[in-house]
Design a protein around this ligand. Structure first.
Ligand SMILES: Cc1ncc(COP(=O)(O)O)c(C=O)c1O
Length: 373
């Protein structure tokens, strides 16, 4: 008798955490995947008011409060011109749980899940946890995922493919044409497209569109979250939406794993989604300024980096030994190999720090670059 499931033995704790542990306490951390801004005041206050009014003491409906799902309905109408029934949302514990229940509801043991390489670490891990087989696909030179590469990777065992735009760890933004193609591929091959859109609002160039807008046969589900757009990573509030039959299956995984998302966070999310959006615009403007500072610095060092068009990450190609040399000098960056085999030879730099700190970090990177060349 084995002590642990084979599925869980396939998964290890993220390589990103190991990097943090290796860095000293005073290190400048460019490894974090969360905005460095406070959650907007009106969002915090909505949660406090809900708690004080006694609205957070019991379970909510499994799918989430009616008023949050109404706010989500309005958000998709406003942002995508999509009329989604409020009954077709499940509020989840962040985008993470949304990804988890999407996999649990759609992937049978041995089935394949296609996702970008380098890509967000959860895609590989959650595929294993669902008993599936990961099928990472390499990216184009601009670090977007080529729909043709996805189509070629589809076999009769494919259950799903994951699209992530804007992307972690690359900052790449897929074009509207790509998104249309992903929807076509899902429909034509009858496989599920899981579109991870947790960075949907953090776009500097190009346009974020969702494959859901182009879906004709109900083969797209969308993962969203308040985490990045409203600087609410600690609130653990995301959602999933898609066709009613898929939502109903994902709800089964959610109901038994989670019961419902945290009530106070649901009230906070409702305020974030339906209140003023200025905080989002301010954050995006700050990220864009930092991106430009970072790109200039990397160029001065002679490091090649496709221009990230969204999120708050850049992924330059780096010389052998660079990441260790940077970390040893007190700046945390994540080795690209933590995001998949094709991430080797690059590093992920998160610019969720102020410009002054970023400039300090760039000086350190410059020294490290000179040392390893
Ligand atoms: C691409 C991507 N998807 C999903 C998530 C999960 O987000 P959440 O904090 O809402 O669980 C993250 C977090 O880093 C992410 O980068």
């Amino acid at each position: 008798m084995t002590k642990f499931s084979a599925r869980i033995e396939e998964v290890s704790i993220s390589g990103i955490r190991e990097v943090f542990e290796a860095a000293g306490e005073d290190a400048i951390n460019l490894g974090l995947g969360q905005p460095d801004f406070p959650t907007p005041d009106h969002v915090r206050e909505a949660a406090i008011d809900a708690i004080e009014a006694g609205k957070c003491d019991g379970y909510t409906s499994n799918k989430g409060t009616e008023s949050l799902r109404e706010a989500l309905h309005e958000k998709y109408e406003r942002d995508y011109d999509l009329a989604i029934d409020p009954g077709d949302f499940v509020a989840t514990a962040g985008g993470s749980e949304a990804l988890h229940i999407a996999m649990e509801a759609h992937v049978d043991p041995g089935e394949e899940v296609i996702f970008p390489d380098p890509g967000f670490v959860s895609y590989d891990a959650l595929t294993h946890i669902a008993g599936g087989t990961p099928k990472p696909v390499p990216l184009r030179d601009d670090l977007t995922m080529d729909p043709t590469a996805v189509e070629e990777a589809i076999t009769e065992d494919t259950a799903a493919f994951v699209v992530n735009s804007p992307a972690n760890p690359t900052g790449a933004v897929q074009s509207p044409d790509d998104m249309r193609e992903f929807a076509r591929i899902a429909d034509e091959h009858d496989v599920l497209c899981i579109s991870d859109e947790v960075y949907e609002h953090i776009v500097f160039e190009g346009e974020h569109r969702s494959p859901l807008e182009f879906d004709e046969r109900g083969n797209v589900v969308v993962v969203g979250a308040c985490s990045k757009s409203y600087s609410m990573t600690g609130w653990r509030l995301g959602w999933i939406t898609g066709p009613t039959d898929r939502v109903e299956r994902m709800l089964r995984a959610h109901q038994y794993g989670q019961a419902c998302a945290t009530a106070a966070s649901q009230y906070a999310a409702e305020a974030a989604l339906s209140g003023p959006q200025d905080a989002v615009d301010e954050m995006v403007a700050a990220f864009e300024e930092r991106r430009d500072v970072l790109l200039d610095g990397l160029e001065d060092m002679g490091l090649q980096c496709p221009t990230p068009k969204g999120a708050f990450y850049a992924m330059p190609s780096v010389p052998e030994g660079w990441t260790d040399a940077v970390i040893d000098r007190g700046v945390v960056v994540v080795p690209g190999a933590a995001f998949g085999d094709h991430g080797a030879g690059s590093a992920r730099i998160s610019y969720a720090v102020n410009v002054e700190t970023l400039k300090e970090a760039l000086e350190v990177m410059d020294e490290a670059t000179a040392a390893v060349r």
